[in-house]
Design a binder for this molecule. Structure first.
Ligand code: TMP
Ligand code: ASP
Length: 238
């Protein structure tokens, strides 16, 4: 498979065309940004680690019946994926209070939520990805009511699958951000699932093993990403 024209460059990945119009080349970068691109840096080896983690997680989800865009991992930092039309919503699923939720609702970081919380953010860099509810989504026509219902059901199911999957690797899935796309009218999970897009805490020590190490200058950022991959490879090999 050859890399074709560049279709899109985001903060963490570049998407290229391939000879197959239904398939794109998703290349993961080492660059990292936070706070809507205001903080910038590089995390050595991140591209390869996130490509591998996304590959493993999406294979797990496909086996559990969640349609997703993964076709195959092509090389260290490249996944071949279905070409989808991205629904411009980020779905955040939270199991434990952290990040923006602690600020918005005044909950202490680490508060276990009695049930998973679902949130939607409108994917729009100029607006800083604002929080939106179902009426905003309807009025802005970001998704149809049927799509929104499917997004909610898939997101809850994905969380139910991933909490024990990461727990088997000694990781608490604190929260995660999901994106979906459509291809031939079918909704499928897209983008990535990695320490860039989830919070992972060590199940016993509570140590942060995700992008919060970069966001908050906690040090050992690349090591934390490697640790997540190492544990998942060990966990899935069992
Ligand atoms: P938040 O607490 O900052 O709202 O983040 C919730 C989750 O979503 C966390 O796992 C990080 C992830 N996330 C992204 O993947 N991209 C983003 O742009 C933001 C703000 C959060
Ligand atoms: N990815 C987002 C950005 O680049 C925010 C984040 O992950 O904190 O700004």
């Amino acid at each position: 498979m050859e890399r074709g024209a560049k279709l899109y460059e985001g903060k963490a990945k570049v998407i290229y065309a391939t000879a197959d119009p239904q398939v794109v080349w998703m290349e993961f970068k080492d660059e990292a940004t936070a706070f809507n691109g205001q903080k910038r840096g590089t995390i050595a080896g991140k591209g390869a680690v996130n490509a591998r983690i996304t590959g493993l997680v999406f294979e797990k989800l496909a086996a559990a019946g969640i349609p997703n865009h993964l076709v195959q991992q092509l090389s260290e930092r490249v996944l071949l994926t279905r070409r989808v039309q991205i629904i411009p919503l980020e779905v955040v699923v939270r199991n434990i209070a952290a990040g923006s939720l602690t600020k918005r609702l005044g909950l202490a970081e680490g508060t276990k939520l009695p049930a998973p919380v679902l949130e939607f953010y409108y994917k729009n860099d100029d607006l800083g990805d604002p929080f939106v509810n179902d009426s905003h989504i309807a009025v802005l026509q970001l998704a149809t009511p049927e799509q929104l219902q499917a997004l909610c059901a898939y997101s809850r199911r994905i969380n139910e699958i991933l909490v024990p999957y990461f727990a088997a690797a000694g990781l608490e899935l604190v929260d995660c951000k999901l994106e979906f796309g459509t291809a031939d009218g079918e909704i499928m999970l897209a983008d990535e699932i990695s320490p860039d897009t989830c919070r992972f805490w060590d199940l016993t020590t509570g140590e942060k093993l995700d992008k919060d190490r970069f966001r908050r200058d906690l040090g050992n950022v690349a090591e934390a990403y490697q640790e997540v991959l190492m544990r998942l490879e060990r966990g899935t090999a069992l």
